[in-house]
Write a protein that binds this ligand. Sequence first.
Ligand code: AP5
Ligand code: ZN
Length: 216
Amino acid sequence: MRIVLVGPPGAGKGTQAAFLAKNLSIPHISTGDLFRANISQKTELGKLAKSYIDAGNLVPDEVTIAMAKDRMEQPDAENGFLLDGFPRNVSQAEALDELLETETMQLDAVLDLEVPEDEVVKRIAGRRVCRNESAHVFHVTYKPPAKEGVCDICGGELYQRGDDSEETVRKRLEVYHTQTEPIIDYYKAQGLVVTISALGKVDDVTTRAMSALSGS
Ligand code: AP5
Ligand code: ZN
């Protein structure tokens, strides 16, 4: 399956993507995680992306599309993928369509996670991420680690993302509404959108998502 996951910052895209990708045996491709890996490895791409991410803005399309394309062309993505955080505006959606067309591939579904803004703010404020592996995500209240500040999975240090400050979150939400939400209409026109509520327990959201995708 080829799936795009869309939803506001903090909706739980990364959390759900980990379970969905495992259940569906497809790789989880997160442009946010790819940028963060580049930042921690201090690559040229990381240096460029950092200033945009810290300010809550989108990284320019040219580099983002090239990075996503490169990842989608890896052998493990041949039979499907779950895209998390890409595309993030209509021109990225158009670029993805072009790429899929040249490979004679199609998207199966765009899974839209709906969460009210006050919940998103709570989720982001309490999020803690592992320094070793960005897929190891916790929450101080909703999913506390057994030992404060330490990853349950690998023992790595948990930290708060630099772009999770209140001011940057406000900017990210604004960018989501103005630039990312329009892709939902873009994909609705292709009949691909399935919307679910992302409120409630993580497991319940996964069950809801799996059942919505089984109809796609
Ligand atoms: P990115 O990393 O994609 O950030 P985002 O879209 O803002 O999403 P988040 O990672 O904040 O949240 P999430 O929905 O994954 O939530 P999570 O599962 O962690 O992008 C970061 C930046 O990179 C962008 O701002 C931009 O600058 C750049 N970028 C990335 N892609 C780009 C692109 N295509 N083009 C240009 N720029 C790009 O969950 C949040 C918290 O809630 C966690 O603590 C979790 O434990 C908790 N939680 C999850 N589910 C539940 C639940 N059901 N109940 C209670 N708590 C829950
Ligand atoms: Zn870890």
